[in-house]
Design a protein around this ligand. Structure first.
Ligand code: NDP
Ligand code: HSE
Length: 432
C-alpha cells in the first residue's frame, strides 16, 4: 500500500480524495498498488469530515505529515507561496515525493524546488499547474522530447476566455460576464490575476522553461490583460476576419533567444486556437519533427484538475514499484536570454480617433513611414461629428518603431485619441 499526505482539502484536494476512491480498483491495477490517503493537513476539518475522512487522520500540523515514515507522497493543494513552499521543501528533505498544482509557486520558485528534488532524489510532478486537466507538462517532457520546440501558444486562462467568448458572441458587457465567471467558480478568489494576465503568465513561464530547457520566471514574462478590450475592437476583429483571444506565447528564435509574453491578440478566425471558446483552455505546440500539435480541454475545475493530480500520483507509484524515482528531474540545463518586448516583430491593429478633414490620413501615414512602419490595411468609419475612427493593420514591424510612431501621433492635434493597439498572432503559420 502506498500512503499519501494531502495538504489542503479544498476544491482540488476534495476532488483528489473523491477520484482516488471512485476509481480505486482501476488506479490500483494501473499503478501496481493500492493508494491510500493517510493524513490530511487542513484548517477546516469539516471539509475533510464531509468526505468521510476519519477525524484522527486530519491535522493542522505539517510535522505530522513530513515526519511520518509511512507517507511516501505529499500532495500539496493549499496554494500560494508560503507556507506551501516551505512545506514542499520540508517534505522533499524527508525523502517524500511531491505532487502539486501550484503554478504561483513554480513560476517564481521553481529553481529551488527542482534543485531540492534533485538533491534528495525524489519525484516532483506538477501536471495540474498548467491547463488543469489537460496533459501538457508530461507530454512536453516526455512524448515531445525528441523535438526542438519552436513555439508554444496557449489559451491558459478559462476566466478570460469565457469573458472574451461571451463578449464576442453575445455582445455582452465585460463586468457582467466577469461577475458570472466568478459565480461559476472559474475565476481566482481575486480575479485580478485572471483579467490582468498574471495567471496565464505564471503558466507560460512554466511551459517555456520546459519547452526551451531554460528557466523562465514570472518576471521574464511581458504581461497585458484584457481589461482594455472593448466591444468595438471585437466587432472590428470580426469584420477583418479575426477573433480576439488572450494568448500566452513562448517562442525561441534561430539565435536561441526566447520571447515570452501574454497579451490579447488578433488571431485569424481559421486558426485552431480561434475555435477554443468559453472556459476551455488549449495549448498549441510546434516542434521541428512533430509539426503542429494542439492539446485541448478543461483548464480548471475540481475533477479535471484532480485528474491531472491523480495521474501524477500514479506515475510516482509506478516509479516506486520499479525503483525508478527521480528519473525526470529538472530539464532546465541551458541559460537562454529572454528578449525585451521592444525587440518583438509583429503586425499590429491600431484604432484611433482623428480629425475628419483632407490631409489627415496622409499626415498619419507620414509619421508611420518616417518610423519604418508599413500600413497593410486601413478602414475609416465616418462619424456624425468632425472626427472619424481610423482602423489600421500594419505589416510586420519592430515593436519599438511602432511605439515611437505612436508617441509622435499622440502629440499631434489631428489625433484625438489612440484607443487600442493589439498585436496580431498566427498569421504566418505556413512560414514558421
Ligand atoms: P482551495 O482554496 O479551494 O483549497 C485550499 C485548501 O487548503 C483550503 O481548504 C484551505 O483552507 C486549505 N489551506 C490553505 N492553507 C492552509 C494551511 N496553511 N494549513 C491548512 N490548510 C490550509 O484551493 P483550490 O483547491 O482551488 O486550489 C489548490 C491549488 O490548485 C492551488 O495551487 C491552485 O492554484 C491550483 N489549481 C486550482 C485549480 C482549480 O480549478 N481550482 C485549477 C488548477 C490549479 P481555507 O479555506 O481555510 O483557507
Ligand atoms: N482561474 C483560473 C482560470 C483557473 O480561469 O483559468 C485555475 O488556473
Amino acid at each position: 500500500m502506498i500512503q499519501i499526505g494531502l495538504l489542503g482539502c479544498g476544491t482540488v484536494g476534495s476532488g483528489v480524495v473523491k477520484l482516488l476512491e471512485k476509481n480505486a480498483d482501476a488506479i490500483a491495477q494501473r499503478s501496481g498498488d493500492q493508494i491510500v490517503v493517510r493524513r490530511v493537513l487542513e484548517r477546516d476539518k469539516d471539509k475533510c469530515l464531509a468526505l468521510g475522512i476519519a477525524p484522527e487522520r486530519i491535522t493542522n500540523d505539517i510535522e505530522d505529515i513530513v515526519n511520518d515514515p509511512e507517507i511516501d507522497i505529499v500532495v500539496e493543494l493549499i496554494g500560494g507561496i508560503e507556507p506551501a513552499s516551505s512545506f514542499i521543501l520540508q517534505a522533499m528533505r524527508q525523502g517524500k515525493h511531491v505532487v502539486t498544482a501550484n503554478k504561483d509557486l513554480i513560476a517564481v520558485n521553481g529553481k529551488e524546488l527542482f534543485e531540492t528534488a534533485d538533491e534528495h532524489q525524489v519525484d516532483f510532478y506538477f501536471e495540474a499547474s498548467v491547463g488543469g486537466g489537460i496533459p501538457i507538462v508530461y507530454p512536453l517532457k516526455q512524448s515531445l522530447a525528441g523535438n526542438r520546440i519552436q513555439q508554444v501558444i496557449g489559451i491558459l486562462n478559462g476566466t478570460t476566455n469565457y469573458i472574451l467568448t461571451q463578449m464576442s458572441r453575445k455582445g455582452r458587457d465585460y463586468h457582467e460576464v466577469l461577475a458570472e465567471a466568478q459565480a461559476l467558480g472559474y475565476a481566482e478568489a481575486d480575479p485580478t490575476s485572471d483579467v490582468s494576465g498574471l495567471d496565464a503568465a505564471r503558466k507560460i513561464a512554466i511551459l517555456s522553461s520546459i519547452a526551451f530547457n531554460s528557466r523562465v520566471t514570472l518576471d521574464d514574462v511581458y504581461v497585458e490583460g484584457i481589461t482594455d478590450i472593448t466591444p468595438e475592437d471585437i466587432r472590428y476583429a470580426h469584420e477583418l476576419g479575426f477573433v480576439i483571444k488572450l494568448l500566452a506565447i513562448a517562442k525561441e528564435d534561430q539565435a536561441g533567444q526566447i520571447q515570452v509574453r501574454v497579451h490579447p491578440a488578433f488571431l485569424p478566425a481559421n486558426h485552431p486556437l480561434a475555435a477554443v471558446n468559453d472556459v476551455f483552455n488549449a495549448v498549441f505546440v510546434q516542434g521541428d519533427a512533430v509539426g503542429e500539435v494542439m492539446h485541448f480541454g478543461r483548464g480548471a475545475g475540481q475533477m479535471p484538475t484532480a485528474s491531472a493530480v491523480v495521474g501524477d500520483i500514479i506515475e510516482i507509484v509506478r516509479n516506486l514499484k520499479h525503483h525508478t524515482n527521480a528519473r525526470i528531474g529538472c530539464t532546465c540545463y541551458e541559460q537562454k536570454p529572454v528578449v525585451s518586448i521592444n525587440e518583438l516583430e509583429a503586425e499590429y491593429y491600431i484604432r484611433m480617433r482623428v480629425t475628419d478633414r483632407p490631409g489627415v490620413l496622409a499626415g498619419i501615414a507620414g509619421v508611420f513611414g518616417n518610423n519604418n512602419v508599413s500600413i497593410a490595411t486601413v478602414l475609416q468609419k465616418s462619424s456624425d461629428s468632425d472626427t472619424a475612427e481610423l482602423i489600421m493593420i500594419t505589416h510586420r514591424v519592430r515593436e519599438q518603431w511602432l511605439r515611437d510612431s505612436l508617441t509622435v501621433l499622440r502629440g499631434m492635434s489631428i489625433v484625438s485619441e489612440i484607443n487600442s493597439v493589439i498585436r496580431l498572432e498566427g498569421t504566418q503559420r505556413e512560414a514558421v
